[in-house]
Design a protein around this ligand. Sequence first.
Ligand code: CP
Length: 290
Amino acid sequence: MRHLLSIDDISTDEIRAILDRGHQLATPATTLASRTVALVFMSPSLRTRVGFTVAAQRLGGRTVDVVEHRVTADMSSPESWDDTLRTVSGMVDLVVCRTPDRLDPSAAVTPVINAGDRDGHPTQALIDLFSIEAERGPVDQLHVALCGDLTQRSARSLLQLLRRMPPRSLVLSAPRSRSDHGIDLGTELESRTSWRPPDDLGAVDVVSMVGFPPGPAPTATSEADRRAHVLTGDRIRRLPTDAVVLSPLPVIDEIDDDARSDARIRMWAQSDRSVAVRMAVLEAALRWRD
Ligand code: CP
């Protein structure tokens, strides 16, 4: 049984196949006909939950939202995560799951797709790379920058993916307290990586504003660090004219209103494309089941 919990769970060939298939799926197929996908979201989501719902439906499949589960302590009879996952996975063809903890799929009897857990968000990283290449071409030709809290799951998964498919160069920009992403970049990507201040990212082709999570300590970033890493109107105007700015969304405050109207902001196109990538992921995971 295979699961997609981390970028390392799929081969480079499979990554390329998912990205290529995402491009093809501008014309939807119906390969999920009579299949059911369970959406088990233990923490909030807009894009990932709605995106996988729409992706399954465009492929002709059905979805079931698991909005109540006995894992939560306030239920009358709490049960273990393993029992919940075993129950749900035995009734459907795929499980898409978000959890604030580390996603453990060991009790599942059908493939599980990580929709964002404590450590990573692999499908968001695939969407990010898909959009990088859709906007600017093959990633190995590009100078790519990541700016913000690099300890976040979406940034960590994107770094994992870029280790496997390295850009021409990688610029990282983060406050010291949010720079320890914990990802082994490997020799090739490490040699192409430099750290730069947020007001001087250099001649980059793509900037991914990975942002800062809101919330109380210890996850909160100091106001000074947040402000220092905001993409202001002045900063975006200093980027190359053909650069693009992406974001996994949601944007909290890391992109100023003054910068949002700049044509280099392409995060909405990135969001709009995400359904095709999620369709390709669902198709791939269904093959692991069959
Ligand atoms: N990017 C992302 O995962 O967004 P949601 O939390 O809204 O799913």
